[in-house]
Design a protein around this ligand. Structure first.
Ligand SMILES: [Zn+2]
Length: 160
């Protein structure tokens, strides 16, 4: 199992998580490496836990099915559980956000495309459509009368 792990400095918000439901699936965007031939491919790929794709040779379905252009082998990945939310902690602590069961491939680099959610720490304000693609995020919590932010994001892919 591989996990996408996050370390981030949250201020005034907690429970940072991908907006990922059956009605609004989140697409996790990665660069992918073939573990058969070790080629890392230049194009970004996207994986959704609500999407099923047919594998060749009656191997059933998987969330992500991918054929390596270099060695022509077909590989797959599945997401078994819903994402976990990232809590505010001081100092920031690394935490797994989502785990992947990968067959013949590894995700090697993550791009934070898509909408993220977070909750005001004391105010319970719901922040939606948080964009982390450019890195830091800043907003204002009207209920708490205070600035909120998410900074110093570090994405890692590690063994789960
Ligand atoms: Zn390959």
């Amino acid at each position: 199992m591989l996990a996408l792990a996050l370390t981030a400095d949250l201020s005034g918000v907690t429970d940072l998580r991908p907006d990922d439901t059956e009605d609004k699936p989140f697409f996790y965007t990665f660069k992918v490496q073939c573990t058969s031939c070790r080629e890392t491919h230049p194009n970004w790929v996207s994986v959704s836990r609500f999407e099923m794709n047919e594998q060749s040779g009656s191997k059933g379905e998987a969330n992500f099915v991918w054929r390596c252009k270099n060695c022509k082998r077909e590989h797959s990945a599945n997401i078994k559980e819903a994402p976990k939310s990232y809590p505010l902690s001081s100092p920031p602590r690394i935490q797994n956000i989502i785990e992947f069961d990968c067959r013949g491939l590894e995700f090697v680099e993550f791009k934070a495309d898509g909408d993220w959610l977070a909750t005001g720490l004391e105010s319970n304000t719901k922040f939606t459509a948080i964009d982390l693609s450019e890195g830091d995020w800043y907003d204002y919590d009207e209920k708490a009368n205070d600035e909120v932010s998410i900074k110093d994001l570090k994405w890692q892919i590690r063994r789960a």
